[in-house]
Design a protein around this ligand. Structure first.
Ligand code: S3P
Length: 185
């Protein structure tokens, strides 16, 4: 794409666990004075329980349906709004959810990073008890899941490398890449 974001200004951030979707999304929204939405939080609000509880009580397949339903609701509300939306790590790899996004015609950005760095970010967050991730698993499972999902993430409109970069730096780069501050919005 050469002309920046033109039709609607909402942007969806996708990528694996630890990619920084929520923190970068928040930083972008702050810089742009847009609103930020984290799909996992919407799922939790709709379900009145945490993501970890949903996985523990009802399993992954149920969570994927809940995630897809929450995204549908969000996309119905988003029309024409300036919003940065962060998905959970499995959402864009789930066909029904990805199809919903494709039909909404919003720009999607794959926040990419090497699997070693993703693992490090996630294990640090787990140690600090910042985020409970039911899909984290072992280092080997994590790498396997990353490889399986990567081709799906590459279906996003943009791929942006984040390895070794700080949240604010990535946010500024994405605003420039997507030309979110120029006449296209
Ligand atoms: C998941 C990632 C999580 C959350 C859920 C499932 C996954 O989001 O949606 O635990 O399947 O990769 P983050 O990518 O924000 O950790």
């Amino acid at each position: 794409m050469t002309g920046g974001v033109s039709r609607k200004c909402s942007v969806i951030l996708v990528g694996f666990m630890g990619a920084g979707k929520s923190s970068v999304g928040r930083a972008m929204a702050e810089r742009l004075a847009w609103t930020f939405e984290d799909l996992d939080i919407r799922v939790e609000r709709r379900e009145l329980r945490t993501v970890a509880e949903i996985f523990g009580e009802c399993g992954e397949a149920y969570f994927r349906r809940a995630e897809c339903g929450a995204l549908q609701e969000l996309l119905e509300e988003v029309d024409g709004q300036d919003k940065i939306i962060a998905l959970g790590g499995g959402a864009f790899a789930h066909e029904a959810t990805r199809k919903l996004i494709e039909s909404a015609k919003l720009e999607t950005v794959f926040l990419d990073a090497g699997v070693d760095e993703l693992w490090l970010r996630c294990t640090r967050q787990a140690e600090a008890q910042e985020i409970q991730r039911p899909m984290l698993g072992s280092r080997g499972d994590f790498a396997g899941l990353y490889e399986t999902r990567r081709p799906e993430y590459l279906k996003a409109s943009f791929r942006h490398e984040t390895t070794g970069k700080a949240v604010d730096e990535i946010a500024a780069e994405l605003i420039q890449l997507l030309r979110l501050k120029d006449e296209y919005c």
